[in-house]
Write a protein that binds this ligand. Structure first.
Ligand SMILES: [Ca+2]
Ligand SMILES: [Ca+2]
Ligand SMILES: [Ca+2]
Length: 157
């Protein structure tokens, strides 16, 4: 139901999340056919009742093969976000389908191990911490493919 979403430009958009309450969601989808990639996006609006930063947690689990998770953050305008990468995730930057940079946290454990990411995200120079969040799932190799579902669970606080 989320396809086609193989690039940052054709991501599936969930639209607006929040404001002012914790938000949870599960996404169940497949990596199929081989080399499928899945992009999702949503927008978190800061209407003044958020903390000084946005805390975002995502888990990619129930993996039938070696899949990996990236989460990328974009502040309004061209402001580059400041953020941490926790739960064993690492700072990563990739070039999107429109040629622009995506800054975020990635996790690429081996085998069918789950991928966990937590980030505290700040848009510097403004008290408005509204942020676009992108989720990116990609397979380790072309052999990492299955008709069984993976699950992304995420929490915005
Ligand atoms: Ca897919
Ligand atoms: Ca896809
Ligand atoms: Ca993995």
């Amino acid at each position: 139901m989320y396809e086609p979403n193989n690039t940052s430009g054709t991501k599936y958009s969930f639209g607006l999340i929040g404001p002012c309450f914790s938000s949870f969601r599960d996404i169940d989808a497949t990596i199929l056919p081989a080399n499928d990639k899945d992009w999702y996006q949503f927008y978190v609006e800061d209407s003044g009742c958020m903390y000084e930063y946005l805390r975002f947690t995502a888990y990619l689990q129930d993996l039938p093969a070696n899949y990996n998770l990236g989460t990328f953050y974009r502040c309004p305008g061209s402001v580059v976000p400041e953020y941490t990468c926790e739960f064993g995730s690492w700072f990563c930057r990739i070039t999107g389908s429109d040629g622009s940079d995506f800054h975020g946290c990635c996790s690429d454990n081996t085998g069918t191990a789950r991928e966990d990411i937590r980030a505290e995200i700040d848009c510097p120079g403004t008290t408005n911490d509204s942020v676009y969040i992108y989720l990116y799932v990609w397979p380790g190799t072309a052999a990492d493919v299955s008709c069984d579902l993976y699950t992304i669970s995420y929490v915005v606080q």
